[in-house]
Design a protein around this ligand. Structure first.
Ligand code: NI
Length: 173
């Protein structure tokens, strides 16, 4: 297992639509292990494979409460098959430096996919775990939080981020 670098916006891999996994081999299982380790060390509650630079349909998440045992969930080729209700929650993203926003989501989702061994699974989640699932599945479709806020908020963020990145670049020169 290894911690991988988390890719940040505006890297183009975050905009790529992830390919579905057709050959579940050791490479995918190693990817899942690395993604879990990367997520826990960040720390974050979810991670999509695009975020470590591999545009395939794999997500990991752990939305368990603090001081509770870990509840790692990995889903290959996740697909939302049912949804219900509405919820607004403040979200951030490991790929968006210094960005948080209230995002509207479905309150409850049912997701089908495969577990790390290729066994079909169905998850029925409500509240935070449902939000995380939707957030990570967005990543697999090349969608970021900044696409789910107003144009003004998005433009302000991009302007602010450019300044931050320019400052970082001049520091490393
Ligand atoms: Ni994210």
């Amino acid at each position: 297992m290894a911690i991988r670098d988390i890719i940040t916006y505006p890297h183009p891999v975050l905009r790529q639509v992830a390919e579905s996994v057709t050959n579940l081999d050791g490479k995918i299982q190693a990817l899942i292990d690395d993604m879990a380790e990367t997520m826990y060390s960040a720390p974050g509650v979810g991670l999509a494979a695009n975020q470590v630079g591999v545009p395939v349909q794999v997500i990991v998440m752990d939305a368990s409460e603090k001081d509770r045992p870990r509840e790692l969930i990995a889903v290959i080729n996740p697909l939302i098959v049912a949804c219900e209700g509405k919820i607004v929650n403040e979200e951030g993203c490991l790929s968006l430096i210094d960005f948080r926003a209230d995002i509207g989501r479905y309150k409850r989702v049912t997701v089908k996919g495969l577990d790390r061994n290729g066994t079909p699974i169905e998850l029925d989640k409500e509240g935070l775990p449902a939000v995380v699932l939707q957030h990570e599945i967005d990543h697999l479709n090349g969608i970021l939080l900044i696409d789910r806020v107003s144009r003004l908020k998005r433009e302000l963020y991009i302007r602010r981020l450019k300044k931050v990145l320019m400052k970082q670049a001049s520091r490393t020169r």
